[in-house]
Design a protein around this ligand. Structure first.
Ligand code: HAM
Length: 427
């Protein structure tokens, strides 16, 4: 086909698959309510920002900035980037709109499309969607616990199973500095044996070598220095507190001293939630603290912590665990008019129901009753009303329940109130 979609993106429409628009809507509605119950408010930011914002925050040497950004020059010669992640835009908006004055903007969540140019595969797309949450202005480690708790509740309450929570503490800037030096001293002895990627990182971002999937790198790292041995007392105390408090709400975590995550802005706590049911793209969500990001963007000196999780990966994992929801059909009443008079009456009746938020629709694709009934069936209509000359003459209507075939006759003038009653028992 000439006009096919670009590589690495997909269309979402009503269908029986994980990526249906119905599943997306169900999931985001659920997560929105959950975030609100934790006291978060929604922020919506543009899907493109000045390129500089991401270079400054994710870091020049991060995979995102060095390989994955969709960057373009606008007609005014300015460099713009389709947002690859949500933290930097949310913080840019926080600073620009002086949101430290706005009490509702201290706990923010967001949904939306994000863009990364990477080799597409199951669970990895060039346009994907994230649910993210950020808390600004709280240093208390119980805030880290709440962020991880919200993320885990997001998964638990929709029925995801078999998840592991990996945690690490990157400490303060000075602890990280000392550790980076020790790591370089250690890895320096093995430099020629390291993978090509790690050799590059050795100079520009040695901590990222900890992320390496290369078996030889992993082997070398096993006996290398560990960040946890470099933590200051306060960091170590908070880290243990977080692990304990997570346990208190039923979240068992595993400490992974090699977890650094791919973005430069983190300090202290970092975490990732992993599933074994998703193949290579096994990270469902992740995040951490980023206490100096706001300041580095010339904003207020406020600490912050947050997470991002992929909507597609959640839905794919639900599918792999055979836990995708069976969503109830959303069409309650379907009118099948058999002539022009009936068409007019049906439209009036559907309008009356729609005004009460009762999902109603009518068949306008011809006059073949069998075809119309089949159409209603495939739409998943709960009830069907056929209106023809006889019904209008006798002013009596039959309401047919599609699943059972049961019919009840009602006078036309009481159709709306009868449907109302049925709707009330339905919802
Ligand atoms: P991230 O780990 O880069 O973190 O992305 C978060 C999640 O987005 C991943 O765990 C994954 O589920 C999903 N994701 C990332 N890339 C793709 C892709 N190409 N296709 C499908 N899903 C993808 C962040 O973005 C940080 N902003 C999270 C954060 C918020 N940290 C603090 N606050």
């Amino acid at each position: 086909m000439k006009y096919s979609r670009p590589k690495g993106v997909f269309d979402s429409f009503p269908e029986a698959s994980w990526k249906s628009s119905d599943n997306f809507n169900w999931l985001t509605a659920h997560l929105r309510k959950l975030a609100q119950s934790f006291g978060f408010h929604e922020i919506i930011t543009p899907i493109f920002e000045k390129t500089e914002l991401f270079i400054r925050t994710s870091g020049e040497s991060s995979d995102i900035v060095s390989k994955e950004m969709f960057t373009f020059e606008d007609k005014g010669g300015r460099m713009m980037t389709l947002r690859p992640e949500g933290t930097a835009p949310a913080m840019r908006a926080y600073i620009e709109n002086q949101l430290e004055q706005n009490k509702k903007a201290q706990k923010l969540f967001y949904f939306g499309p994000f863009f990364r140019y990477d080799r597409p595969q199951a669970g990895r797309y060039r346009q994907f969607h994230q649910f993210g949450a950020e808390v600004i202005g709280v240093k208390d480690p119980l805030q880290d616990v709440e962020i991880i708790h919200l993320l885990m509740e997001s998964y638990r309450t929709i029925g995801l199973k078999n998840l592991s929570v990996n945690l690490n503490c990157l400490g303060t800037q000075s602890a990280r500095h000392a550790y980076t030096q020790a790591l370089k001293d250690y890895l320096g002895q093995y430099l020629p044996e390291l993978s090509e990627d790690s050799q590059l990182r050795f100079e520009n971002n040695p901590l990222r070598i900890l992320d390496s999937k290369d078996p030889k790198d992993k082997e070398i790292l096993k006996t290398g220095p560990k960040i946890l041995d470099f933590l200051e007392d306060e960091s170590a105390k908070n880290f243990n507190y977080i692990i304990d408090q997570l346990k208190a709400v039923g979240i068992i975590s595993t400490v992974d001293p090699n977890l650094v995550r791919g973005l430069d802005y983190y300090n202290e706590t970092v975490f990732e939630i992993i599933t074994t049911d998703l193949g290579a793209q096994s990270t469902l969500g992740g995040g951490g603290r980023y206490d100096s990001l706001l300041k580095s963007l010339e904003g207020p000196d406020l600490p912050a912590v947050g997470f991002g999780t992929g909507i597609e990966r959640i839905l794919l994992t639900l599918e792999a665990q055979q836990s995708l929801p069976v969503l109830p059909p959303d069409l309650f009443l379907y009118f099948i008019p058999l002539d022009d008079h009936a068409k007019h009456a049906s439209y009036q009746l559907a309008t009356a129901l729609r005004q009460h938020n009762i999902p109603a629709d009518l068949y306008l694709r011809g006059r073949k009753l069998q075809k119309a009934l089949q159409f209603a069936n495939e739409l998943g209509a709960k009830y069907v009303v056929v209106i023809g000359e006889t019904e209008l003459q006798q002013q009596t209507i039959k309401i047919k329940e599609m699943s059972t075939g049961a019919e009840q006759s009602v006078p036309l003038h009481s159709l709306i109130s009868t449907i109302h009653n049925l709707w009330r028992t339905h919802v």
